[in-house]
Design a protein around this ligand. Structure first.
Ligand code: NAD
Length: 240
């Protein structure tokens, strides 16, 4: 079975109604990133940070996976699908994808402020000031904020090395180290990038650029790949 590695960003969830990050004058849902998504913001005003993420969590719960999320889940019948996502939503999992690596954490989980290894699924709950882990420390969103380390990047680099096909969907490739993953797949394999806007400036010429939204472009590309895999199941392929 071929291994397809997909790097996704906020754009793949845009057609599910979740705003991307850099849409509106550098604001994320009306807030400046420094005021809601950094360790400094948490130190200065944790109530504001919790309010911001509680609202985002409500939006994610109300959103539904779109045709791009579903196409990736269905593609598991055809290939081994490994999704590396910058998204904190759970729309890949709710569509049925089973191998999803969250580089920047998961909004549905909370984490202890004293022990990063302690995380908990929030279910239908929010996080409030005074909600504590079993050792008595405040809970925070299980999100990697700007300026924090990205522990999952090592596993992501390993996944990239396993790829027979590499696809980038819905990311501006502006957030590092996530963006550096476009340099980590084997050089001889086919690589695709889907985005409705102009190609990100750091995207290499080895990528076939598909200017389309995720919902338009991804099911089409995956159909194309499926045909190719069926016609030449045991071969490496290098062009489309
Ligand atoms: P970004 O906002 O920087 O870039 C989004 C990209 O998606 C842009 O290049 C845009 O052209 C493209 N896009 C817009 N509509 C699209 C569509 N319909 N189909 C395909 N592409 C589309 O997002 P990023 O690169 O993922 O970085 C943002 C950071 O913010 C991430 O770290 C992420 O954790 C966080 N974030 C997550 C969510 C989410 O979980 N849904 C939402 C907003 C921000």
């Amino acid at each position: 079975m071929h291994t397809c590695v997909i790097l996704t960003g906020a754009g793949i969830s845009a057609e599910s109604g979740l705003q991307t990050f850099r849409g509106q004058g550098g604001l994320w849902e009306g807030s400046r990133v420094e005021e809601v998504a950094t360790p400094q913001a948490w130190a200065q005003d944790p109530a504001r940070v919790l309010r911001f993420y509680n609202q985002r969590r409500d939006q994610v719960r109300a959103a539904r996976p779109n045709a791009a999320h579903r196409a990736l889940a269905e593609f598991q019948q055809i290939a081994e699908v490994r999704i590396i996502t910058q998204n904190v939503d759970d729309l890949h999992e709710r569509a049925g994808s089973t191998q999803v690596l969250h580089l920047h954490g998961e909004i549905r989980r909370a984490r202890s402020t004293s022990n990063p290894a302690f995380t908990v699924d929030l279910g239908e709950k929010d996080i409030a000031l005074g909600d504590l882990c079993p050792h008595g420390s405040q809970l925070r969103p299980d999100i990697v904020w700007f300026g924090e380390a990205v522990p999952a990047i090592h596993e992501a680099v390993h996944w990239c090395a396993l790829a027979d096909v590499f696809i980038v969907v819905g990311t501006s490739l502006a957030v590092y180290p996530a963006a550096s993953l476009i340099d980590c797949f084997p050089p001889e394999i086919p690589a695709f990038c889907i985005n409705p806007d102009a190609a990100p400036s750091n995207l290499g010429s080895e990528f076939t650029y598909i200017q389309a939204t995720a919902v338009e472009g991804l099911p089409r590309l995956l159909n194309h790949l499926a045909q190719n895999f069926q016609e030449r199941p045991h071969e490496h392929f290098d062009c489309f």
